[in-house]
Design a protein. Structure first.
Length: 323
């Protein structure tokens, strides 16, 4: 079915979620409708409701929300800059681009000033929003905050913003921050280095994976090594398959499972045997149904074979390729 702007705004006005879902799944460019509803609070509120209901279409809705341009949209877009497992990086990027259209020069100057405010909440919010402006001034300011602010959560937020901006000038400061006294800052710095995907960070991420006392930091280091995708990290990630420590803020996720996923992304055949052994030894975790599938998926990514949980078939395959 072909949809038009009348269908779209009917869905908005009536809060017809099923119609909106069908429109979002279609090929229509919903942003062309924005001019009809500039400053429309009802439209903005309904789009925010749709954002919560249809996370798979967030990027489309975020962009349109920015085009409508009301203060409530601004606050929601700032919230979407937050780092958590429910908000993907591409969604944060879309929110940043939309938010940039709603902010002016005075807003920028105010956020820069807030970085030096005595109120840590203002500094935190400024480090979050300034990632909207990926320029030299902002990058240098965020680096200073990362290395010098006295509040660990502000430093943590600066690390995440630098990762989202993904400028190479942030690599060395983020590597330095891997030794911060705060677990939160070290973990955020590991994540940020993964977003930047620069091989110069590999050695220090391997060190964090091997030696950091906090399992959340080790887990994030493993994940970032997978994003960078260098075989240089294979040995350390194989060793981490023995690290079953839980990550504090996500019950059930463990360092070894993240290491397996990273090995699958890297694709080094030297990981086949350790992953088969992991598949044999890992018991199903009641908190994560089919937890062995982490090892299976990694093996499938490396070999392009599909033997599921059948370790006999995996060992047979390995013998065949080593003859």
């Amino acid at each position: 079915m072909t949809y038009n702007k009348d269908n779209f705004w009917d869905a908005i006005q009536s809060k017809n979620f099923s119609l909106m879902e069908n429109i979002l799944k279609s090929e229509i460019d919903i942003n062309i409708f924005a001019n009809d509803k500039k400053g429309d609070m009802v439209a903005a509120e309904t789009l925010i409701d749709f954002l919560n209901e249809y996370p798979e279409n967030k990027s489309k809705l975020i962009t349109l929300l920015g085009e409508i341009g009301v203060d409530k949209a601004k606050f929601r877009l700032i919230g979407l800059l937050e780092i958590n497992y429910k908000i993907k990086k591409e969604e944060r990027d879309a929110a940043a681009e939309s938010l940039k259209n709603l902010l002016n020069a005075d807003d920028f100057n105010n956020f820069i000033a807030d970085l030096s405010d005595e109120d840590s909440e203002k500094r935190y919010n400024a480090t979050r929003v300034l990632r909207v402006y990926p320029n030299y001034i902002v990058i240098e300011k965020l680096i200073y905050v990362l290395l010098n602010d006295n509040d660990e959560f502000v430093r943590e937020r600066a690390a995440y913003s630098l990762g989202d901006i993904s400028n190479e000038n942030a690599i060395e400061p983020l590597i330095t921050a891997l030794k911060d006294k705060s677990d939160f800052v070290r973990g955020a710095s590991a994540v940020a280095l993964g977003y930047i995907e620069d091989e110069n960070a590999i050695d220090q991420l391997i060190l964090a994976l091997s030696d950091d006392e906090n399992p959340g930091v080790r887990l994030r280091a493993a994940r970032s090594l997978g994003l960078i995708g260098s075989k240089k990290a294979t040995k350390a990630l194989i060793n981490a398959l023995q690290d079953s420590a839980p990550k504090g803020d996500f019950v059930g996720n463990t360092v070894n499972k993240e290491a397996a996923q990273a090995l699958g992304k890297i694709g080094d055949k030297n990981a086949i045997v350790p992953l088969i052994e992991a598949l044999e030894s890992w018991s199903s975790d009641s908190r994560i149904p089919n937890s062995k599938m982490v090892a299976v998926t990694a093996l499938e990514n490396i070999t392009q074979k599909d033997f599921g949980n059948d370790t006999t078939q995996w060992w047979k395959y390995y013998e065949e390729i080593t003859i």
